[in-house]
Design a protein around this ligand. Structure first.
Ligand SMILES: Cc1cc2nc3c(=O)[nH]c(=O)nc-3n(C[C@H](O)[C@H](O)[C@H](O)COP(=O)(O)OP(=O)(O)OC[C@H]3O[C@@H](n4cnc5c(N)ncnc54)[C@H](O)[C@@H]3O)c2cc1C
Length: 381
């Protein structure tokens, strides 16, 4: 009746086994050394889990949105940084899947599916974060080429990715700023493209976040995604499809923290007994489990809504991202508490999980912005 399919459960089992064997052993070191999780990337590519959402017409796995969430959730359960490999491959390619020409699809999607390249998504700028329409990055059509100038900020996996979906202003005179923005695909070898130094972050330290620069960066005229002026619409529609994946990432981090807590409280003894026997501890565990279960249903339901093209998909995606990220912050903070002093050290994974959880309340639109999106949808009816 109301449960995941056998295929989804089998996928979870396969990703969990791979994550525990190939990704978890490196997670603490990746965080400590702030290095890209290349072992995770190699293992995900080998198993075909690095970009399961790519349609089979473009040599991909053609997995549905719920399956993509399960992959991200299970990787995030052991390493949030590594879960950004499948998550950002989806974020970077979804604008192309939604609005790209056949030529652009054929150029980018098969190489991502093969694991020969990865993709990033470049919407934000230093002065245009929540207010995306006020972006300054420019693209001008000049002699059969688009020429880009400007800077994009906070770009996840920049430097690692070969392909970048970039939103830039093409009509600064447009009556509505949002209608003067177009989307493009840029390759890291395109002349005039470069990346900045890595941001020094609180968490997800294994996932590089950098600025990217366009200095008279020339790309062929057919590298535009969709018609001129539709770029911001495509970028925002993309987020309806990917906010469930951030919910899945948050959910995975929370599940990892609960699993670590359960093992610890059973083992740890105080007052002559296991601390798991104290009701004060049990009530915390119960609340953590309850919140995770609620978030899981919302994440999968929102992913399924985007897959169906349900008219409530935008609301559901924002709700899933917001709820799952808020509970991930609560659950990971409680996990640190349940470990006592040990939870505050790098000897156990829960302090990393607490630091990693925070970003899920911020990126792909802060949770205040999500609440605006949800309220707008509710009031519109
Ligand atoms: C690690 C990391 C990775 C990222 N990856 C990417 C990426 O790959 N691609 C990309 O394009 N972007 C990326 N981002 C950018 C991210 O999406 C933005 O940081 C986010 O949308 C917030 O924008 P801002 O930082 O400019 O905050 P601001 O917009 O300056 O917000 C500051 C505060 O004001 C609040 N606020 C703003 N406007 C309102 C309002 N109208 N009502 C109520 N509250 C409001 C915000 O919620 C926030 O609390 C990433 C960011 C980080 C930190």
């Amino acid at each position: 009746m109301y449960e995941l399919s056998e295929e989804h459960e089998a996928l979870r089992e396969a990703v969990r086994a791979l994550a525990e064997k190939e990704i978890a052993p490196h997670a603490a070191e990746v965080d400590e050394q702030e290095r890209y999780p290349s072992e995770a990337r190699d293992a995900l590519v080998k198993a075909g889990f690095h970009a399961v959402h790519i349609p089979s017409d473009y040599d991909g796995e053609g997995a549905d949105a719920v399956a993509a969430c399960i992959v991200i959730e299970e990787v995030a359960r052991v390493d949030a940084s590594a879960s950004l490999i499948p998550a950002v491959n989806k974020l970077g390619t979804q604008p192309i899947i939604l609005s790209g020409s056949e030529d652009v699809k054929k150029l980018v999607l098969p190489v991502i599916a093969a694991g020969e390249a990865s993709a990033s998504y470049a919407l934000s700028e230093r002065e245009a974060g929540s207010d995306t329409a006020s972006m300054r990055c420019r693209a001008v059509l000049d002699g059969g080429k688009w020429v880009l100038n400007g800077t994009k900020a906070w770009i996840t996996n920049a430097g690692e990715s070969s392909w970048y979906t970039v939103m830039a202003v093409t009509d600064p005179q447009a009556e509505k700023k949002a209608n003067g923005i177009s989307a493009f695909v840029v390759h890291r070898d395109d002349p005039g493209f470069s990346v900045g130094p890595k941001e020094r972050k609180l968490g997800i330290k294994g996932s590089p976040t950098r600025e990217i620069y366009f200095e008279n960066c020339e790309i062929p005229s057919d590298r535009i995604i969709g018609a001129p002026g539709t770029g911001l619409k495509t970028a925002l529609r993309t987020l309806d499809h990917t906010r469930p994946t951030i919910g899945a990432q948050a959910l995975g981090i929370a599940q990892g923290a609960l699993d670590a807590s359960l093992a610890y409280v059973k083992d740890r003894k105080q007052f002559g007994k296991s601390v798991s026997e104290f009701q004060g501890v049990q009530f915390m565990l119960a609340d953590m489990g309850m919140k995770i279960e609620a978030a899981r249903h919302l994440v999968y339901a929102s992913a399924a809504a985007t897959e169906r093209g349900d008219k409530r998909a935008g609301f559901m995606a924002s709700a899933a991202k917001t709820y799952a990220s808020d509970i991930a912050m609560e659950v990971t903070t409680d996990a640190v508490q349940l470990f006592g002093g040990a939870g505050y050290t790098k000897d156990f994974p829960v302090e990393r999980m607490m630091r990693d959880a925070k970003i899920t309340q911020i990126y792909e639109g802060t949770n205040q912005i999500q609440r605006m999106v949800m309220a707008r949808a509710l009031l519109k009816g």
